[in-house]
Design a protein around this ligand. Sequence first.
Ligand SMILES: [Zn+2]
Length: 431
Amino acid sequence: MASVRRKVAYFYDAEIGNYHYGQGHPMKPHRVRMTHNLVVNYGLYREMEVFRPKPVSRDQMTRFHSDDYINFLRVINPDNMSEFLRHLQRFNVGEDCPVFDGLFEFCQLYTSGSIGGAVRLNKGQNDIVINWAGGLHHAKKSEASGFCYINDCVLAILELLKHHQRVLYIDIDIHHGDGVEEAFYTTNRVMTASFHKFGEYFPGTGDVQDVGAGEGKNYAINFPLHDGLDDDSFRSIFRPVIGKIMEVYQPGAVVLQCGADSLSGDRLGCFNLSLKGHADCVEYVKGFGIPTLVLGGGGYTLRNVPRCWTYETAVLLGVAVKDTLQYNDYFEYYGPDYRLHMPVSNMENANKPEYLDAVKVQLFNILKQVEPVPGVAIQTGSELATPADLAPPEQDEDKLDSAARQHDTEKKEHPAEYYPNAGGDTMDTKA
Ligand SMILES: [Zn+2]
């Protein structure tokens, strides 16, 4: 595939790395700061527009989430937790999804990049937008789940639906993209496609037979996988399945969740992908030339997440990067090899070719039933917050309130500003 230059934007807020889920918690926002440091170190920021997201309002969050849940996230903090025991239980906040200082601002930061990115795609200002802080795909309408509080993927898709009749969501995190699937389970305006470990594994959903319901029937695609998935196996399923989806569904925009916990050696994962195997998905999706929002997600082996997302930033830019890492703020994490790429393990691949082929055939049969270009019928009665969010795409950009708001206040950063500060504080320098 010939490499075509695309206009790429990148959202990053230097504050993101200062938030802490708590001692011993596998989710470390610091990995986003480490990624940014490598992106800067490789000079990739010079090849794209770098933005600091403008914080989204509470109203933008309640397009999907319930008012009482968002209000709860705004007020809860480690000091007043004991007054909210019933709420903590009801909203599933406390253990996997702990209360920590600045929780709501953290949610705002990662969500703002995703919605801000969708707005730029809608306006045609960029072909690709990257927000590595986003991709928190497990959050539900009124419930935190799997380290996720606000579902920025869902909110970004809702923004894209203002301009696009059909949006495709692709999820290569090792966990099923359950929150996004659930949100759009009964609409044909969003197709969700998730490739994930299935069977005695969080969150437990994502069977191949779960295909959507009502108008959304056949618009949820799930590829359940076993331990040890390697590059060749993944490529042998991802390309044909996504290729077929592109052919039958013809989305106007794509959201690609690039959870890095599907990499070999992840602290919570059990796949065996290299950076190249993971990034092959990014390369392939990019090749379709459709406006694409690229998000992060899971990723719990701290030294590998920045490797993955930096390499994928380079792939999206069509820029070659050296394997040898130059000295950077977090150099000690990357020893003993100090290379960008990382070895895979010799673990057994429990995904036999016959199994992969059988699932592929099943999914092709589901996709055969997909209308090439679904009609413009407005979906209602789904998990979606308001019917207005699912109105047909706006023709006149200027009428979009949120786009206008964003336009005035979004601040383009001089990337060099970040450089001295990217690792300037002392928090969490060792995992
Ligand atoms: Zn995950």
